[in-house]
Ligand binder design. Structure first.
Ligand code: NI
Ligand code: MG
Length: 579
C-alpha cells in the first residue's frame, strides 16, 4: 500500500486536497478534503435581507450570479414578493450565459489539458490539424491553415523558450496522452479561441447586471430598466448586441465545443468504465430551472428549463424517476470540522448551522485521512443517499423523462460511441453530459428565452420590478423561504429565515458541497471519494504524475470556494474564529 496526496489540486476554483491509498496501479481508498474555510452563511446574519444577495454572491467569483439569484429568490419566497415576467426572463438569460461560459471554461481551460498534450502541438503539421477538425465534424470558423500555423508557431516558440507559461506544470511526459500532434494542435487552437469567446459572450451579463463578475440584482425584480425610447436603459442597441452574442454562443457550442468533446471522449473511451461515482442523481429541472420554494408546485412562469419535473434516480436505474422532496435534504458533519448544537451529525438546511469546531492537526500536516474529521466541506445527503448533481444528473433525468431534444442528442452520442446509458456514470460520461447540456442550453437561449423576452418588449411589457413587498413593514414579523435552482455545477439551494426584518438564519447547500463532501455518519463515501475508490480499480500508474485521478476529479468541475462558502490571512485554519 502506498499513500499519495494531491494538494493543491489545480485547474479548479479554490483549494482541494485529495489523499489516496493505492495498491499496485489502482486506488483503494480516497479522502476528499476541503482545506479552505469560508463563513458567508454566518457573515449575513443580522443583515437586511434585501442586501444579502450582494454578500453571498461573493461566495464565488467563478459561479458569479448564481448565489445572488438563489438568495433573492429565497428572500422573495419568504416575504411573498412577486417578480415581473420580464425580470425572470432576464435572470434566465444571465444564468444561461453564466452556465454556458462556465461549461466552456471548464472543458477547454480546466479539463482539456488532462487529455490534450499542449507541448506536443509544437510538432504538429497545421494542414493535418485542419483535416482532423474536418474529420470530427467541427465546422468552427477558426479551423483554417493560417490560424493553425500561427498557433503551432506560438506553441513552438513557447516550448523552445523553455518557459511553458500557462502550460507549466503539466504532466507532458505522461505515457497516457493519446492524441496525435495534429489533434493536440487543433485543441490548443480551440483552447485559445475559447479564451476569447468566454470573455466576449459574458458581456450579456454586463448589459443586464451592470458588470461582470458579480452583476447587480434586486429583490422583487431586476436593477436594470428597459425602455426602447431612452438611451440610458436597455434599448434596441443593447438587444441587437445581445442577439449577436447569443448567436455566437450557439455557433461556438455547436461547431466547436460539442465536436471536440465527442472526439476526446471517443479517443479515451475506456474512461466510460472509469470513475463511476455514487449511482444516484438529483435535479429539479434542466439547467436554469429556478424555484421560489417547493419545486413540485407550479413554477412562477412557463419556462423550457422547467419542462421536466424535479426528480431523483437511485442505483443507476434510469427507468424509474422518483418524486423529489426537498425535506429529504440533510447535511452531515461527521467528517467535517463543524458542530451542531444538539450534538447530532445531521440537520436539514432550514435548521442548519455553521459552527466551526476545528479538531485537525496544526500546520504543516502530512495526512488528514486517519481522523474521522478531515474537511471543511459538509456532506449533503438526500434521504440518506450521497447524490451526484450537475450536468450528468440533469441530462440523465431529462433522458429518463423522455425530454425529446436531450434524448435525441444522448441517443446519437450513445450510438456513435457504442456505450450504454449506465456507462454515463463515469469520468467520460460527466464530461460528455456537460457538452450535451451546453448544446441544449445554448439552443434554448437562442430559440426560446431571448425571443420571448424581445416579444415581450414589442408588446409593451417593460416592467422589471414589483415594489409591493419592498418595504419591510409589508413583511411578516417572522418568515422562512428557500430557493432551489439548477446552476452550472448542479443543484444549488439557499435557505433563509427572517425575524423582524433581519436575517436570522442562512444556509447554502452548494453543488460542490454535494459532490466534494466526505464520509457521513454511516461511513458512506461522498461522490468524489466514490469515483476514485468505489471499486478499487481506478488507475493511478505513476504517483509522481497523478494524471488519472485528475481526469476524474476534474470531470465534476469542482468549485471549492462555493462548497465551503474569509480565509484566515495566515492560512491557519485552527485560528479562524466566527463568534
Ligand atoms: Ni463556485
Ligand atoms: Mg453550506
Amino acid at each position: 500500500m502506498a499513500r499519495v496526496t494531491i494538494d493543491p489540486l489545480t485547474r479548479i476554483e479554490g483549494h482541494l486536497r485529495i489523499e489516496m491509498e493505492t495498491t499496485g496501479n489502482a486506488i483503494t481508498k480516497a479522502w476528499s478534503e476541503a482545506t479552505q474555510f469560508r463563513g458567508l452563511e454566518t457573515i449575513v446574519l443580522g443583515r437586511d435581507p434585501r442586501d444579502v444577495w450582494a454578500f453571498v454572491q461573493r461566495i464565488c467569483g467563478v459561479c458569479t450570479t448564481v448565489h445572488a439569484i438563489a438568495s433573492i429568490t429565497a428572500v422573495e419566497n419568504a416575504i411573498g414578493a412577486t417578480v415581473p415576467h420580464q425580470a425572470l426572463l432576464i435572470r434566465d438569460m444571465i444564468m444561461a450565459a453564466q452556465e454556458i461560459q462556465d461549461h466552456v471554461i471548464h472543458f477547454y481551460h480546466l479539463h482539456a489539458l488532462d487529455w490534450v498534450n499542449a507541448a506536443s502541438a509544437a510538432s504538429a503539421d497545421p494542414a493535418k490539424a485542419v483535416a482532423f477538425a474536418d474529420a470530427i465534424g467541427s465546422t468552427w470558423k477558426g479551423n483554417n491553415l493560417g490560424r493553425m500555423t500561427a498557433v503551432r508557431d506560438t506553441v513552438k516558440n513557447v516550448v523552445d523558450s523553455g518557459q511553458l507559461s500557462i502550460f507549466t506544470g503539466g504532466y507532458w511526459d505522461h505515457p497516457d496522452y493519446r492524441l496525435p500532434p495534429e489533434a493536440n494542435l487543433m485543441a490548443v487552437a480551440h483552447y485559445l479561441d475559447a479564451l476569447e469567446f468566454q470573455r466576449s459572450m459574458i458581456r450579456i451579463n454586463t448589459v443586464f447586471g451592470g458588470k461582470n463578475p458579480h452583476p447587480n440584482f434586486l429583490v422583487g425584480g431586476m436593477a436594470c430598466s428597459i425602455d426602447p425610447s431612452h438611451s440610458e436603459t436597455v434599448n434596441q442597441v443593447q438587444t441587437d448586441l445581445i442577439q449577436e452574442w447569443v448567436q455566437e454562443i450557439y455557433d461556438f457550442v455547436r461547431t466547436c465545443y460539442v465536436p471536440d468533446a465527442m472526439a476526446i471522449v471517443g479517443v479515451y473511451k475506456d474512461y466510460f468504465d472509469i470513475g463511476a461515482s455514487s449511482p444516484n442523481y438529483l435535479a429539479v429541472g434542466r439547467a436554469g430551472a429556478c424555484f421560489a420554494g417547493d419545486p413540485n408546485q407550479a413554477p412562477r412562469y412557463p419556462s423550457p428549463m422547467m419542462d421536466i419535473k424535479p426528480g431523483v434516480i437511485l442505483n443507476d436505474d434510469f427507468s424509474k424517476v422518483l418524486d423529489f422532496d426537498a425535506s429529504k435534504i440533510t447535511e452531515s458533519i461527521a467528517s467535517s470540522w463543524f458542530k451542531y448544537a444538539d450534538g447530532g451529525k445531521s440537520l436539514t438546511p432550514d435548521k442548519g448551522e455553521t459552527t466551526v469546531d476545528y479538531t485537525g492537526p496544526s500546520l504543516p500536516y502530512t495526512w488528514l485521512g486517519d481522523s474521522d474529521k478531515y474537511s471543511w466541506c459538509k456532506a449533503p445527503r438526500y434521504d440518506g443517499h450521497p447524490m451526484q448533481v450537475g450536468p450528468l444528473s440533469r441530462v440523465m433525468l431529462a433522458y429518463a423523462q423522455g425530454h425529446p431534444r436531450t434524448k435525441e442528442i444522448v441517443d446519437n452520442a450513445l450510438a456513435s460511441l457504442q456505450i450504454t446509458p449506465k456507462q454515463m456514470n463515469s469520468t467520460a460520461g460527466r464530461t460528455l453530459a456537460r457538452a450535451v447540456e451546453c448544446l441544449t442550453s445554448a439552443e434554448t437561449l437562442w430559440k426560446d428565452t431571448f425571443p420571448t423576452f424581445i416579444a415581450g418588449i414589442k408588446a409593451g411589457d417593460i416592467n422589471v420590478f414589483d415594489p409591493a413587498r419592498w418595504e419591510p413593514s409589508s413583511w411578516p414579523t417572522s418568515c422562512q423561504g428557500y430557493c432551489i435552482v439548477e446552476v452550472a455545477r448542479g443543484n444549488l439551494s439557499h435557505w433563509v429565515g427572517i425575524e423582524k426584518g433581519k436575517i436570522s438564519h442562512y444556509q447554502a447547500v452548494v453543488p460542490t458541497t454535494w459532490l466534494a463532501g466526505g464520509r457521513d455518519e454511516t461511513g458512506m463515501q461522498g461522490p468524489y471519494e466514490e469515483s476514485l475508490a468505489g471499486n478499487g480499480l481506478h488507475p493511478l500508474v505513476d504517483p509522481a504524475q497523478p494524471l488519472e485521478p485528475l481526469r476524474t476529479i476534474h470531470s465534476f468541475d469542482p468549485c471549492m470556494s462555493c462548497s465551503v462558502h474569509v480565509l484566515d490571512p495566515d492560512g491557519d485554519a485552527s485560528e479562524v474564529s466566527l463568534s
